[in-house]
Design a binder for this molecule. Structure first.
Ligand SMILES: C[S@@+](CC[C@H](N)C(=O)[O-])C[C@H]1O[C@@H](n2cnc3c(N)ncnc32)[C@H](O)[C@@H]1O
Length: 377
């Protein structure tokens, strides 16, 4: 068994994102593997045959008597954003660092649905799919129920779900996600897409939209979907579920059960207009959205939950956002700029990682932020 593996990344469809992909995948691996394994493996970016790769040195097991858990590490590597494949290094030649002797490593199947679920819908303002997978992995890793990412039991919420990029990633991972979106057009487009996709792929399913009412007040719409490979599974209620709430995210605390979420993943409004999408939802600043929504989100989280929020550093300051989250009982773990990358002229993106302030592993996870020596420049 080789000590060193190389993670090959799928080439990004997005040119801007491709430039940041190496550094972002290293930061992702630092947090995700560190949180899951309790120890951060040595990581380094390399070039292999002209392609970017992330070198992962398999960590020794925590106890001398324990066997290294290669299956778990393999499953984690397979979920990391943009993983194309993993190659084990059999032999290194110092004279030719770009061409070590490599052997392909068979990874477990961690995705239940094909990639077209994530890639078919294209629209202005869509969050990049690879970056969305990174957000999902980070939020899940911070949760004490992190293994649920691999067995389908992790409860995930995207409270700003747009046309469902996060929900689609979660479905591919076998989860049963919940999303909320205020823009009716987005909700309708996503519902229509999902219905078509389910029919095209011949999944047995139900898909129903009703009014979303709380104490007699109509807040918007509620769409519930269930999908299964066969009728029996669907009849038993053992399929995957998806809930799509067409409402203001600030009302979610009234709509969803308290302490029901393990991983909260969101791409906050950037505070800039995306093309023609200058509707009312863009009037509120990202900080205002966070201020009004954070207390409700907090009430939905289990004690050991994890949060990953994408933010535009130009319109949402790290210190201000951290203060708003702290007021709601949430502790930010990641430093300003820990996942910094440029999207375009008006978007300088970063990720805020946070946990409820009584999270049982908060201090240990916070240490991952301070020893992230390879911060993105
Ligand atoms: C950056 S976009 C997220 C895009 C999404 N990840 C996707 O790929 O489609 C932010 C989303 O937050 C939504 N939004 C803004 N304010 C909201 C609110 N108060 N309640 C619910 N959704 C809101 C916007 O309509 C927008 O779709």
């Amino acid at each position: 068994m080789s000590e060193v593996s190389l993670l090959l990344r799928a080439p990004s469809a997005n040119r801007v994102y491709a430039q940041a992909a190496g550094a972002l995948s290293r930061a992702e691996a630092h947090w995700v593997l560190g949180a899951h394994l309790g120890v951060v493996p040595a990581l380094r970016e390399r070039r292999i045959g002209g392609m970017g790769a992330l070198e992962v040195r398999r960590p020794a097991p925590a106890a001398a008597s324990a066997a290294p858990d290669h299956r778990r590490l393999d499953a984690l590597l397979a979920t990391l954003s943009g993983t194309l494949g993993v190659l084990d290094v059999q032999q290194e030649d110092p004279a030719a660092p770009e061409s070590p002797l490599l052997r392909p490593r068979a990874l477990p199947d961690v995705l239940r649905h094909p990639s077209d679920l994530e890639t078919t819908l294209r629209y202005r303002g869509k969050t990049n799919e690879q970056f969305t997978a990174l957000l999902v992995n980070l939020a899940a890793a911070l949760s004490t129920r992190r293994d649920g990412l691999l067995d389908g039991t992790l409860d995930l919420l995207d409270p700003l779900c747009g046309r469902g990029t996060t929900l689609n990633r979660a479905l591919r991972l076998g989860l049963s996600p919940v999303g909320a979106e205020i823009d009716r057009r987005d909700v309708e487009e996503y519902r229509a897409f999902l219905g078509t996709w389910l029919r095209t792929h011949r999944w047995k399913h139900t898909l129903e939209t009703t009014r979303l009412t709380v104490h007699g007040e109509q807040l918007g719409s509620r769409t519930e979907a269930e999908l299964a490979p066969d009728k029996q599974t669907l009849r038993r209620g053992d399929g995957q579920r998806l809930t799509l709430l067409g409402c203001d995210t600030a009302r979610l605390g009234e709509v969803l059960p308290a302490r029901s979420v393990d991983a909260l993943v969101g791409d906050l409004p950037y505070g800039v207009q995306h093309g023609g999408r200058a509707d009312g939802t863009w009037q509120r600043s990202p900080l205002e959205v966070l201020r009004t929504a954070a207390p409700g989100w907090r009430s939905l989280l289990r004690d050991g939950a994890g949060i990953a929020l994408a933010v535009n550093r130009r319109t949402l300051d790290h210190a201000e956002a951290s203060a708003v989250l702290a007021d709601a009982g949430l502790r930010v773990l990641s430093a300003d700029g820990a996942f910094r990358h440029r999207v375009d002229q008006s978007i300088d993106r970063d990720v805020l990682l946070a946990v409820p302030d009584d999270h049982p592993r908060a201090d240990e996870l916070a240490a991952l932020g301070t020893d992230q020596e390879d911060q993105i420049p």
